[in-house]
Design a binder for this molecule. Structure first.
Ligand code: NAP
Ligand code: ZN
Ligand code: ZN
Length: 349
C-alpha cells in the first residue's frame, strides 16, 4: 500500500480539494505508475457534479494518465521500471465475455472497471483516478507510450484521442469523405486532427466565432458558425459523417439535417439531458445516428502507435492542480485550447 496525494471532490456540490488515500499493493500482474501528467476531460465535470447520476464520493477524477513505471509485479512481462506508460478510462473488465474477448472491453457485458467513479475487481474498493501521484493497474490494461512524442500532449490521447479515433475508423472514414465535427474542445480538436489525417474533407461546426483560425490550423478545411442560420443552411445535406462532441444539451435535428443520403451522425458527447430525434429527419435521407464509447485496449494501442508514427498529439494548456476548479469553469464557458493537462509535479509541492 502506498500513501497517495490527490485532489478529490467530497460531494456533487463541493470544489475539488487536497485529499490522500492508500493505493492498493502491487500484485503479480500489476504495474505501479508514477503519474507525470493527467488530462482534464469534460466527463470529469459531468461525474464530479453527478450529472449522469450514481456518482461515488469522495471522487478523484482523471482518466487521461501518463507516467513512468515505478514498480512491477513478479509476473509482469510488458513493462519494466522506467518505461513510459498510459492508463485510460478503465483499469479492468471481466475478460471472459464476448466483448472482452473481441477486444471491446469498454462494452464488457459485466461492466468495465472505470479508472475512477467505479470499483476495483473486488467489487468494493473504490477506484481513484489520475488527479493523483501514482496508480496501480494490471499490465493488461496499461498502454505503451512512445518516447518520441511530447508527453503533455500524449495524456489526452488516452480518452479524447481514442474516443474520436475509434468511431472514425469504425465508420470507415477515408480519403475524400466529407466529415463534420461538432464542438471544438478536447474531443473535437482530436477529431479534426484524425479525420484530416485520414484524408477526409473536414468541416468544423462550432458555436464559438473566435475558433475559426484555430480550427483551420488543426486541419479543418471549412468552418461553419452554428449560430448563423445562413451558414448552416449552406451545408444542408452535405456530410457523409458528423462526429458530435457537444457536452451541453442541444437539438440533434440541427445536425441531422446536414447529413447526405446514408449519412451517419456519431454521438460521443454525453449531455446530461436527452435530445429529440425526429423520425422524418432520419427517414428522408436514410440517415443514421450511432453512439460510441471510448475504445478497447488493442485499439487504444493502435491509436497511440498511429499518433507516434504521424506525430499527432493534443494541443494543451498545462496547469497546476491548484487551478483545477478554474479550469472546470473555463471548460464550461467553452474556453479551452484545447485540453487542460495537469502537471502532477504540482501535487507533490
Ligand atoms: P470540452 O472540451 O468541454 O468541449 C465541448 C465543446 O462542445 C465545447 O468546446 C463547445 O465547442 C461545444 N459546446 C459546448 N456547449 C455547447 C452548446 N450548448 N451548444 C453547442 N456546442 C456546445 O469537452 P470534451 O472533453 O471534448 O467532451 C465532450 C463531451 O464528450 C462530454 O459530454 C464528455 O462527457 C463526452 N465524452 C464522451 C466519451 C465517450 O466515450 N463517448 C469520452 C469522453 C468524453 P464550440 O465552442 O466549438 O461550440
Ligand atoms: Zn474522458
Ligand atoms: Zn467482459
Amino acid at each position: 500500500m502506498s500513501n497517495t496525494k490527490a485532489y478529490a471532490a467530497q460531494s456533487a456540490t463541493s470544489l475539488l480539494a487536497p485529499f490522500s488515500f492508500n493505493r492498493r499493493a502491487v500484485e503479480a500482474h500489476d504495474v505501479q505508475i508514477e503519474i507525470l501528467y493527467c488530462g482534464v476531460c469534460h466527463s470529469d465535470i459531468h461525474q464530479v457534479r453527478n450529472e449522469w447520476g450514481g456518482s461515488i464520493f469522495p471522487m478523484v477524477p482523471g482518466h487521461e494518465i501518463v507516467g513512468r513505471v515505478a514498480q512491477v509485479g513478479n509476473h509482469v512481462k510488458k513493462f519494466k521500471i522506467g518505461d513510459l506508460a498510459g492508463v485510460g478510462c478503465f483499469v479492468d473488465s471481466c475478460r471472459e465475455c464476448p466483448q472482452c474477448k473481441a477486444g471491446l472491453e469498454q462494452y464488457c457485458e459485466v461492466g468495465m472497471n472505470s479508472t475512477y467513479n467505479g470499483y476495483e475487481k473486488d467489487g468494493k474498493t473504490p477506484t481513484y483516478g489520475g488527479y493523483s501521484t501514482n496508480i496501480v493497474v494490471d499490465e493488461n490494461y496499461v498502454l505503451k507510450i512512445s518516447e518520441k512524442l511530447q508527453l503533455t500532449g500524449v495524456a489526452p490521447l488516452l480518452c479524447a484521442g481514442i474516443t474520436t479515433y475509434s468511431p472514425l475508423r469504425h465508420v470507415g472514414v477515408k480519403k475524400g469523405d466529407k466529415v463534420a465535427v461538432v464542438g471544438l474542445g478536447g474531443l473535437g480538436h482530436m477529431a479534426v486532427k484524425f479525420a484530416s489525417s485520414f484524408g477526409a474533407e473536414v468541416t468544423m461546426l462550432s458555436s464559438s466565432p473566435t475558433k475559426e483560425a484555430g480550427a483551420k490550423k488543426l486541419g479543418a478545411h471549412h468552418f461553419v458558425l452554428t449560430s448563423d442560420a445562413k451558414q448552416l443552411n449552406a451545408v444542408k445535406n452535405k456530410f457523409d459523417v458528423i462526429l458530435n462532441t457537444v457536452s451541453a444539451p442541444h437539438q440533434y435535428a440541427t445536425y441531422l439535417n446536414l447529413l447526405t443520403v446514408n449519412g451517419t451522425m456519431i454521438v460521443v458527447g454525453a449531455p446530461p439531458k436527452p435530445s429529440e430525434v425526429p423520425a422524418l429527419n432520419l427517414i428522408i435521407k436514410r440517415r443514421s445516428i450511432v453512439g460510441s464509447l471510448i475504445g478497447g485496449i488493442a485499439e487504444t494501442q493502435e491509436m497511440l502507435d498511429y499518433c507516434a508514427e504521424c506525430n499527432i498529439v493534443s494541443d494543451v494548456e498545462v496547469i497546476d492542480i491548484s487551478y483545477i476548479n478554474q479550469a472546470y469553469e473555463r471548460m464550461l464557458k467553452n474556453d479551452v485550447r484545447y485540453r487542460f493537462v495537469i502537471d502532477i509535479a504540482s501535487l507533490k509541492k
